[in-house]
Write a protein of this length. Sequence first.
Length: 232
Amino acid sequence: MYKRYTVFIVLFWVSALGYAQESIVPDISYPYLDKLITAAKANYPRVKSLNYRLDMAQSGVGKAALSWFDILTFSYIYQPNNTLNYTVPSGTSTNNNRFLFNGIQLGVSLNLGTLLLKPANIKIAKTEVKIAGEERNEYLITLTADVKRRYFTYLLQQNLVKIQTQANQDMQTSIKQTKYKFQKGEITFEVYNAALLSSSTRLEQKLQAETNLFIAKSELEALVGAKLEDIQ
């Protein structure tokens, strides 16, 4: 009888392997995957941070371009008295004008060192924009690959749950049959106990598969920034 039960276990595992050989390819939805990638690019904090950095770099180019005016220094002097006195006689009133030129006097000075540095500063600002853009593009490639990997892992775990659930249901059916045979005395207690242990193992595997599915789902949602059910 024990040999017959061993044959039954072998057939049971062959059936389980048959479930495992099913492909996940039909479950893959590339339009849905594209929506997940788009959501991740829009919601993931790291992407937002890189976008802010790129915006700051672009603002730096405008600031560097406008700083051409920094090379010039404007000044003025205002003398309100329009009376011209070329000499200041002794003993005259303090109200007499002591200045040669009166009214508003403008002055402009040129900073040659700043002028020579301007082209280099603008080039550096533009280079910083390129660097920030390439860093963002590089991360978007990495993020896209991570979303795909977690999506495929999620589909795998879904199928593993189906396999383990079906296998557990088949095991429960076989346990009922084994229990019935044991009660009728057709099999020994050792055979019945082995079936119970196998059933416990199968149930544990089912629970572990369900846990792995929830973990895979939460990891994917962490990237896309939304519940999978909300992305249609």
